[in-house]
Every structure is written in structure tokens, then in C-alpha cells.
Ligand binder design. Structure first.
Ligand SMILES: C[N+](C)(C)CCCC[C@H](N)C(=O)O
Ligand SMILES: O=C(O)CCC(=O)C(=O)O
Ligand SMILES: [Fe+2]
Length: 421
């Protein structure tokens, strides 16, 4: 069985690498053909309810709320919400899933109003509300996005006139924080105004929404063009659009920038919505989009400057999507830090470069570039899983402070305020 699955996977992989479109699904043996059974539909059609269900040999089929859903019997037993199987206070499972017979089938199924009752061979009864099943079914999830977003180019973003949130209201009111987070989740960037231009106040802001993610660059960082670290950020050079920390297995979720001082010229910040660009690739060349989601790459950071000795490697594709609904959730794009490509066969390499070029062309379209000059008092939060940043070269003395945030904690705050995240 295992060997069979492995070779199945290998052939899928080969298929993919040769250019076939592949979905990572395991083929199920057809139980239906093994156990032909006279199957009977159960209809319930009252004024308010239009529900049909059918007890198949190996699964339960439900038609409700314009959705055709299929549920595995082990799944139905495993998700039982009865007091002995599930702790509804902590939302934790008490049932030992390994104790469930993998061939389990309900003895009887009945529908009462909007509740389905499954009676199992040992007499245990599992109840499901129809709406709960719709919300939690694969078919239901497939049609839903995890994170609603507004994809933008410069014009869309500017026309949206997204309001900045004031420092005071951000720190002191849940409404201010919620507005800020809503905009941040929708656009992948957001500003806070009237922040006292110090590192301490920037830290306060960060701590209001999240835990600060400490990295090799420190907890709060503060930098000028002093070459103190082995990275071009610490120079006056222009930096093309990129996401940061692509060389971490989990790139930092959010980046916070506060320009505390700049006496000189240039140094504007460039922002590009990576998901907008990726969406253009999906429209124009879907097979290239797919390749960018499938080919794993390494990014690397090697530093030996002064006391700083680091060697980081992160592996992952440029585009990361949820397999069930194909929703994009992470772009990893940094041409400076991309490591040697040595994990991909040569013919795929060429197709990958073509796809990467298509994405780069979209990312570089002038109409997709949003330029801002960061000023003391105006703090920028960037979704580093979505929006690329860069900067213009500059002259003179420029001080930037900021930090990275843990994505989980930002989303946690958003959910606690009632936002979808
Ligand atoms: C810490 N600070 C933001 C100043 C610099 C981070 C280094 C940026 C690096 N090239 C990267 O893309 O990950
Ligand atoms: O100096 C800047 O504006 C940004 C530099 C940069 O890309 C970074 O620090 O991650
Ligand atoms: Fe950067």
C-alpha cells in the first residue's frame, strides 16, 4: 500500500516536472463498484428546509444549502461534539481517534428538524447541525477565502484613500486598532500617524498588535548606512523590490518601518502588491503560476562581519497557495538572496526562469509601483508575505528603526477584534 502510494506520488511529481498540471490528491479505490448497493435518497422538503441525504457504503452524502457534500464516516465519528468526545469549553477533542474503527459505519441515520443523528454500532450517538456541516465541509471551505483582500496597483491604492490611523487612537481605542488592522488585512500595508519619532514609541505601537519577532537583526532594529551588517540594507544603495527574510523557513510576517531622520535626498520607499502581480500571472499564464507554486527554491544569508556570523537557509516556492482553494497566502521574492538552484532538473529550470520572468515583468510595471517618502512620525506596517518593498538610493544621513512581527500574533489580535483573518 505504502509503496503503491509512493510510486503514485513519484509519478505525479514527474508529471508535474514535465509540465503536466497536477493536483496533490490520492486516488481512492472506488468502493461503490466494490459494494453495489441499492441506495435510497432521503428527502426533506419543508418550507424552510431543502435537504436530501443518502447513506452510501463508504460515505455520507448531503445536499443542503445549494451544496453537495460528502463526508467520510471516520470523519463523522471523529468530529462528534458530544460531551464524552469533545470539550466545548476548550474546543479540544477528548476522543482518541485511534480507537475508531477505520471501517466504521453508522447503524442508523435520521434527520430531525435541522439536526442529523448518527447512531454508531456501539450505540453512541453523534449529532450534527446541518449548518455546522456546511461550514465545516470540504466543499464549503473550497468556495471560501481564508483572507479577504483588495489587490492593488498604485492607482487602485491611491483612489481607495485608505485613512491612516492616529497614534493615540491606535494605542487607546479598540476601534482605532480595529480600523488599522482591517485596512492592513485588506491592502497588506497600513500607516499610523503622529507617532513620536523615537524607537521606544515605535516599539509601543508594535507591542499593541503583536509580539515582536526577534531575529538575527535584533528585536527592535535601528539602522543607518554604516555597513555595520553584511547586507545591502545597511548602505545608501537602491534596493529593488523584494520581501525580507526569504532565507528563513518561515519568513517574517510583518515588517514595521519608522524613518526617524533623513537629511539628504532620495531614499523613497517602493511598495508593490505581490499578490496583484501574481494574479496577473495567473490570468495570463496559469501554468507558469502553477510552476511558481510547485518548484521549491532555497534562499540564503551568509554573514561574516565583525562579530556577526550567520548562515540562514530557507526553502519554499515563490508562490504559496492553499491546496484546497488555490488561495495565495505567501510570496517569497528576493533576487538578491536567492541561492543556487540545484534541486530542480534542467528542463524545469528553464520553464521556472520563464515563469519567474513573467512574474518579474508584472512586479516591475510602473503602474504597480507605489512610492512613498517615509517621514518621522509616520509608521508603515508591511505584510511581508504579500507586499514587496524596495528603496531609492539616497544621500545624507538617514536613520530607520523598526522590527518584525510574528504573523500568528497579529492575526490573533485581528480575530479577537472580530475580523476575518
Ligand atoms: C533588519 N533590516 C530590516 C534592517 C534589514 C534586514 C535585511 C534585509 C535582507 N536583505 C532581507 O531581505 O531579508
Ligand atoms: O532602507 C530602506 O528603506 C529599506 C531597506 C530594506 O529593504 C530593509 O531594511 O529590509
Ligand atoms: Fe528589505
Amino acid at each position: 500500500m505504502w509503496c503503491h502510494r509512493l510510486s503514485h506520488l513519484q509519478s505525479k511529481l514527474q508529471n508535474l516536472l514535465r509540465g503536466g498540471v497536477t493536483y496533490w490528491t490520492f486516488q481512492q479505490p472506488s468502493f461503490k463498484s466494490l459494494f453495489p448497493l441499492a441506495i435510497q435518497w432521503h428527502h426533506t422538503a419543508s418550507k424552510s428546509l431543502n435537504c436530501n441525504w443518502q447513506q452510501h457504503e463508504d460515505h455520507f452524502e448531503l445536499q443542503y444549502a445549494n451544496t453537495v457534500m460528502r463526508f467520510d464516516y471516520v470523519w463523522l465519528r471523529d468530529h462528534c461534539r458530544s460531551a464524552s468526545c469533545y470539550n466545548s469549553k476548550t474546543h479540544q477533542r477528548s476522543l482518541d481517534t485511534a480507537s475508531v474503527d477505520l471501517c466504521i459505519k453508522p447503524k442508523t441515520i435520521r434527520l430531525d428538524e435541522t439536526t442529523l443523528f448518527f447512531t454508531w454500532p456501539d450505540g453512541h450517538v453523534t449529532k450534527y447541525d446541518l449548518d455546522w456541516l456546511v461550514r465545516n465541509s470540504y466543499e464549503g471551505q473550497k468556495q471560501k477565502v481564508i483572507q479577504p483582500r483588495i489587490l492593488w496597483n498604485a492607482e487602485i491604492y491611491q483612489q481607495a484613500q485608505v485613512p491612516s490611523v492616529d497614534f493615540q487612537s491606535f494605542l487607546e481605542t479598540n476601534e482605532g486598532l480595529k480600523n488599522f488592522l482591517q485596512n492592513f488585512l485588506l491592502y497588506g500595508i497600513a500607516f499610523v500617524e503622529n507617532v513620536p519619532p523615537t524607537q521606544e514609541h515605535t516599539e509601543k505601537l508594535a507591542e499593541r498588535i503583536s509580539l515582536i519577532r526577534e531575529t538575527i537583526y535584533g528585536r527592535m532594529w535601528y539602522f543607518t548606512s554604516d555597513f555595520s551588517r553584511g547586507d545591502t540594507a545597511y548602505t545608501k544603495l537602491a534596493l529593488d523590490r523584494h520581501t525580507d527574510t526569504t532565507y528563513f523557513q518561515e519568513p517574517c510576517g510583518i515588517q514595521v518601518f519608522h524613518c526617524l531622520k533623513h537629511e539628504g535626498t532620495g531614499g523613497r520607499t517602493l511598495l508593490v502588491d505581490g499578490f496583484y502581480a501574481a494574479e496577473q500571472v495567473l490570468q495570463k499564464a496559469p501554468e507558469e503560476f502553477e510552476l511558481l507554486t510547485k518548484v521549491p527554491l532555497k534562499h540564503e544569508y551568509i554573514e561574516n562581519v565583525g562579530e556577526c556570523h550567520n548562515h540562514m537557509i530557507g526553502v519554499g516556492p515563490v508562490l504559496n497557495i492553499y491546496p484546497w482553494n488555490k488561495e495565495l497566502y505567501l510570496i517569497r521574492y528576493n533576487n538578491y538572496d536567492r541561492a543556487v538552484i540545484n534541486t530542480v532538473p534542467y528542463d524545469v529550470v528553464h520553464r521556472w526562469y520563464t515563469a519567474h520572468r513573467t512574474l518579474t515583468i508584472e512586479l516591475r510595471r510602473p503602474e504597480n509601483e507605489f512610492w512613498v517618502k517615509l517621514k518621522p512620525g509616520r509608521v508603515l506596517f508591511i505584510d511581508n508575505w504579500r507586499v514587496l518593498h524596495g528603496r531609492e538610493s539616497f544621500t545624507g544621513y538617514r536613520q530607520l528603526c523598526g522590527c518584525y512581527l510574528t504573523r500568528d500574533d497579529v492575526l490573533n489580535t485581528a480575530r479577537l477584534l472580530g475580523l476575518q483573518a
